[in-house]
Design a protein around this ligand. Sequence first.
Ligand code: SF4
Length: 319
Amino acid sequence: MKPKIAVSNCLLGVNCNYQASHNRDDFVYKELAKYVEFIPFCPEVIMLGTPRETIRLVKIDGVERVIGNATGKDYTEELSKISHDLIANIMKEENLCGFIFKSKSPSCGVERVKLYSQKGNLEPYTTAGVMAKMVIENYPNLPVEDNNRLLDPWLRENFVMQLFAYFDFLQFKQEAKKMGDLVVFHTGYKFLMMAKSTKAYNELGRIVANRDKLSFEEILAEYEKLFFESLKLKNSRKKSFNALQHMYGFVKDFVDESEKSAILEEFEDFKNGTNPIISSVSLLALFAKKYDVKYLQGQKYLFPYPKDLRLRSDIKAFK
Ligand code: SF4
């Protein structure tokens, strides 16, 4: 089973934009496509077909309206209704793990969508597209990005990690029956969470400890909320270095001097931005296997998503 991602159809090479052309995104279409199932959508093609007049967002009496550039027609209600219905259908999909929107579109842009005044001037601030805004406001913990932001290796790595961890939780939840299951799940995410936020990790640990003796269902709901919120946090080079050092603690009593210096040198190279993190985690994975350190082998942080995506081979994937 693969995670499902709702995607602006033009990013998949479908000729649905206003020119009856597409905006195919190679990372989404060629790379990510191997590991996820897409749920395509295009609100504007439902509304106006293709080719069609372009639309823009105009602030009228303090409210953002959708206005046709050629006709001046107000499409706000129509586009909102179509977007609402599309989202409602998409959210029914089992294992839906996120959205990837086409950037800058008045329907799909996640941020930096141009907003005009009634006189036709640009407002001093930008906004989000109609459908993207609905998703962000109603499903704040769902992984959401646009194709332009995904060009940034740091945002890309964080998004893909979030996506696969989100999927992992959904699958875990289907099978989970008792506290022991949650303890095992949480243990596997120890260092992935630590690389995002020590506070979040400790807070999740507090929930799992269940000192108030809540029911499993109550604990699971509380854990899910915080787990998804925490997954949205971006990692940093400093926090990741900290997580690597903690992971090293589980092999340090087994490795010999030359292995120790190889690992620590690699960590330093990562910290200094000389080497990508993949070298450090690969070394840790190697020694965890060599010395049969099961606890470390079970850490999601070593390989949080398909290795072939090669996102951790990029130095710029960490800031
Ligand atoms: S940006 Fe959105 S509305 Fe525009 S063509 Fe792509 S999917 Fe359709």
